[in-house]
Design a protein around this ligand. Structure first.
Ligand SMILES: NC(=O)C[C@H](N)C(=O)O
Length: 478
């Protein structure tokens, strides 16, 4: 069906066609489609009947790391400012371990029934309502993730243009530019959609590149810690040999080991947001060469560990540079005139831009499965979904005042559902009683996991609402 778009089949076009066929097969799979069962060994081989995964182990690690890493990293220094170093490290470690455990539950459930998408697992567990629930939560989460990426584009691109052209804009003009740039950016993304640049195997290469951009960001954050001084008490817009130009109050330049304040409510949601990658796990699994549950779990563990280290280092150095002054978007803290930070802004922008297609893929899949479950590919449908999504996300980005609110809302609602609640419930329902009775250790663990998810969710939502209603929306910590 794609042939008409590629009248002149060059070698490159043929490769694209091949990938499109595999991608289409994956996307249009119904609940009945399963992994091949190797009856002789009694084991489930994670291989589709119509294609075999070709992505190498290393490239899958790149893809999954790229799915994990996004704008969440920019909020972690703020989270540390509002919890203190010790509490932060503890919470981040727990979140990383729980995230890996959740992937274990997903892989085990997918192995039992041989299914390749999160929504289909929901369908197996609870029928159509389960599928609708899973698809809606994925859509909400990824729309949130995309909004946060476009929010960064909105905030940072005017600074970059300003820095490059050495211009000075008023705040109003900056906002106007940000929104204009967003509109242009979105239409560019749409073109990307139209040419199917978001095919997972393909994205391995861009994943590597966007990870390199983030490593550059990390190195710069570390470097800046040693050349930037926290401003003297009560200094404001003071031009000192350092680059700090922000407000400071008593105790704002001290590292706190443990601290609790109203903004602490955002900590767990920010961390949960930062570790979400779960809708991408099964598609990456289906693309993995020589797939097995153990191999995919290793991919997940390595990716989570690598991202954990990146998150921790960024948060520590970001926090130790600005302490309690740090904002929910770390990049905003750095001087707008600094050439190194200009390059870092550009790198982060490229990294999040390259992640947008990875995030868009599951939204489109979820929307298609919800609205057009049995329909074959049609480009009008695909483009219409893209246009609607981008319109919605742009509206959100224009009206939401602070990236912290996106982290908070998504991190308190869809993130705990995707990490804790759904994988746990799906596991309990899908793994048969004969194989693992309800009183067996793995099932009890899964029940505890779901309960923890509900507790996180209810607590976070309650605290965030209280903070929204009563809080003065201060940007810094302490
Ligand atoms: N994919 C997501 O849901 C968010 C991603 N983990 C991020 O930090 O941006």
């Amino acid at each position: 069906m794609y042939h008409c778009y590629f009248a002149n089949k060059t070698k490159q076009n043929k490769i694209i066609l091949l990938i499109l066929h595999r991608f289409d097969a994956l996307e249009n799979m119904t609940e009945g489609d399963t992994f091949l069962l190797n009856k002789s060994s009694g084991k489930i081989e994670t291989q589709f009947t119509d294609f075999v995964g070709k992505t190498s182990f290393g490239m899958s690690v790149f893809n999954l790391s790229n799915a994990i890493l996004g704008s969440g990293i920019l909020g972690l220094a703020y989270a540390m400012a509002n919890t203190g170093i010790i509490l932060f490290v503890l919470l981040l470690t727990c979140m990383a371990i729980l995230s890996a455990y959740s992937i274990h539950l997903l892989l085990k459930s997918a192995g039992v029934v041989g299914i390749s998408a999160y929504e289909q697992l929901g369908n197996r567990a609870f029928g159509r309502p389960g599928k609708i629930l899973a698809a809606s939560i994925i859509t909400l989460n990824n729309i949130g993730a995309m909004s946060s990426y476009l929010f960064i584009v909105k905030i940072e691109l005017p600074h970059i243009i300003q820095g490059l052209l050495r211009l000075t804009f008023t705040v109003a003009r900056q906002n106007f530019m940000g929104e204009g740039i967003n509109a242009i950016g979105s239409s560019l993304y749409m073109h990307l959609l139209c040419i199917y640049a978001f095919i997972l195997g393909y994205l391995g290469y861009t994943s590597g590149f966007s990870l390199s951009c983030m490593v550059f960001f990390l190195i710069s954050v570390i470097y800046k810690k040693f050349v930037t001084e926290c401003p003297d008490e009560h200094s404001y817009n003071k031009t000192v040999p350092t680059e700090s130009i922000y407000n400071s109050t008593d105790g704002m330049c001290e590292a706190k080991l443990i601290t609790i304040n109203p903004q602490t409510a955002f900590t767990i949601p920010i961390m949960a947001f930062a570790f979400v990658c779960h809708p991408e796990v099964l598609p990456i699994y289906t693309e993995l060469k020589n797939p097995s549950k153990k191999r995919m779990q290793n991919v997940a563990n390595i990716s989570i560990l690598a991202m954990f280290v990146m998150y921790l280092v960024t948060a520590i150095f970001g926090y130790l540079t600005f302490y309690g002054n740090v904002k929910s978007e770390l990049l905003e803290m750095y001087s707008k005139k600094d050439t190194l930070m200009l390059c870092v802004r550009l790198a982060v922008l490229i990294a999040v831009t390259l992640t947008v297609p990875v995030v868009l893929f599951p939204i489109r899949r979820a929307v298609l499965q919800l609205l057009f479950p049995d329909k074959p590919f049609h480009w009008v449908r695909h483009i219409s979904i893209a246009v609607c999504l981008l319109f919605l996300v742009n509206l959100l980005v224009i009206f939401v005042p602070n990236i912290r609110d996106i982290f908070g809302f998504i991190g308190a609602t869809s993130a705990p559902s995707l990490i804790f609640i759904l994988p746990g419930i799906i596991y309990i329902c899908i793994v048969p009683e004969e194989q693992e009775p309800l009183k067996s250790r793995p099932k009890i663990q899964a029940i505890a996991f779901v309960t923890l998810g509900f507790i996180f969710m209810i607590m976070s939502i309650t605290f965030i609402i209280i903070e929204w209603v009563t809080g003065k929306k201060t940007s810094g910590g302490h």
